[in-house]
Design a protein around this ligand. Structure first.
Ligand code: TXA
Ligand code: MG
Length: 319
C-alpha cells in the first residue's frame, strides 16, 4: 500500500482514525514534518519513541488545536504565558508549563513540565481536531538526523512504522519551533521559528539557555540535526582538500574557490535569513544523498532567525 497521501480532508480523517486507535501518522506543520501519536495514550507514545529511536529522557511536544485543551493539560498559565499565547499562537512557539496528571510521564520523560504548542498549519489543526485528542509529535526523523521539511525527505525506515504520511508539500518555515520556558524567568531552551527579538517585544528581556542545562533537549545535546556526511564550517582559514568530492552550502553567492566544489547550494541569493531557514534542511538532505567526502557550510549572520540556523549548524558540525 502506498502510504503517502495528499493532505486532503478525506485523508486527514483517515489519519485521525489511525491516531485515535493508537497508531502513528506523519503530518506537516508550519515548521517541519511531525511524527504524531495520541498524547494521552502511553502505548502509542512508546511506539513513537521506538520508531524514532529516540532516547526516553528526551521529552516530546504536545500539539493542540484550541485553548481549552491547554487548561486540561497544564496548570498555572501565568501572565507571561498568556501574552505569548496571544501574540504567537497558533504558530511556531512551544511553551513549557507545569503539567497536569493526565499527561503521561512517557511524554515528558518524567519531568513535571510539558511543552505545548498550537501549530498554525491548517492540515495539523484539522488533524488534531478530527483526532479528538492532543497530538504528541517530535520531528519526523530518526533521532539526531536531519529534520524533514518535505515528504520526500522522510526516511523509508520511518515511513514503514506509520499508518499514513500526509503530504502537504514543503513546510513554510523550515526549522522547528522556538521552545521557551516561562515557569520562572523566561528562557529560550531552543531557538526556532520565532526569533528572540520578537519575543522580547512582547515580554521584555529573555535569556537563551547555554546548552548543558539539567533539562534534556536535543538542542542541548552536542550532535544533532546532523547529516551522515562529515560537515565543517568554511572560514577564511579553511584549507580545502585536493581530489576530494566536496560540497558547499553558501549563505549568499560565494565569491571564491567556486571551481573546487562539486556542488554549491546557495541558501538565499538575496541574503534573506527567512528564506535560508526555509531551505536549510532540504539542502542538507540533498547534499547528504550525493556521496560527498565532506560538506562545507558558511556561517550566517546571527540575528533574527539566523540564531536558530546557527544553533542547528553548530550541532550538525559538532562545533
Ligand atoms: O516545530 C516543532 O517544534 C516540531 C513540530 C513537529 O511541531 N517538533 C519538534 O519536536 O521539533 P522535537 O521532539 O524534535 O523537539 C522538541 C524539543 C526538544 O528539544 C525537547 O527536549 C524539548 O522540545 N522539550 C519538550 N518538552 C520539554 C520539556 N517539558 N522541558 C524542556 N524541553 C522540552
Ligand atoms: Mg527534532
Amino acid at each position: 500500500m502506498e502510504k503517502s497521501a495528499r493532505a486532503n480532508s478525506r485523508n486527514i480523517s483517515k489519519a485521525a482514525k489511525i491516531i485515535w486507535s493508537g497508531g502513528l501518522v506523519i503530518f506537516p506543520t508550519e515548521t517541519v514534518y511531525g511524527l504524531g501519536a495520541n498524547a494521552l495514550n502511553p502505548e502509542a507514545v512508546v511506539r513513537l519513541f521506538e520508531a524514532k529511536q529516540r532516547p526516553k529522557f528526551d521529552p516530546i511536544i504536545i500539539h493542540i488545536a484550541n485553548i481549552k485543551s491547554l487548561k486540561d493539560l497544564c496548570k498555572n498559565v501565568n501572565e507571561t504565558a498568556r501574552k505569548l499565547i496571544k501574540n504567537f499562537w497558533p504558530g511556531p512557539l512551544t511553551i513549557i508549563f507545569e503539567k497536569r496528571q493526565i499527561v503521561p510521564d512517557i511524554v515528558t520523560s518524567g519531568l513535571d513540565t510539558v511543552g505545548i504548542r498550537m501549530p498554525s498549519h491548517p492540515v495539523a489543526l484539522e488533524l488534531i481536531k478530527k483526532s479528538k485528542c492532543p497530538i504528541a509529535a517530535p520531528s519526523a526523523n530518526k533521532f539526531g538526523y536531519i529534520t524533514p521539511t518535505k515528504a520526500g525527505d522522510i526516511s523509508c525506515q520511518l515511513k514503514k512504522k506509520v499508518g499514513i504520511i500526509l503530504n502537504g508539500g514543503e513546510t513554510p518555515i523550515g526549522i522547528e519551533s522556538t521552545v521557551i520556558s516561562v515557569i520562572d524567568k523566561p528562557i529560550i531552551l531552543r531557538s526556532g521559528g520565532i526569533p528572540k527579538e520578537e519575543i522580547e517585544k512582547v515580554v521584555g528581556k529573555v535569556e537563551i539557555s547555554r546548552y548543558k542545562l539539567k533539562l534534556a533537549s536535543p538542542g542541548q545535546m552536542d550532535r544533532h540535526y546532523a547529516p551522515g556526511t562529515k560537515m565543517e564550517f568554511l572560514t577564511c582559514k579553511t584549507k580545502l582538500p585536493e581530489n576530494k568530492k566536496i560540497g558547499l552550502i553558501a549563505f549568499e553567492e560565494p565569491v571564491k574557490n567556486k571551481d573546487k566544489f562539486q556542488v554549491i547550494e546557495i541558501l538565499s541569493q538575496k541574503g534573506d535569513l527567512r528564506e535560508a531557514a526555509h531551505r536549510l534542511f532540504a539542502v542538507l538532505h540533498k547534499l547528504d544523498k550525493m556521496n560527498l567526502d565532506k560538506i562545507y557550510v558558511e556561517k550566517v549572520p546571527e540575528k533574527g532567525i539566523g540564531i536558530a540556523i546557527m544553533e542547528r549548524l553548530r550541532k550538525a558540525t559538532n562545533k
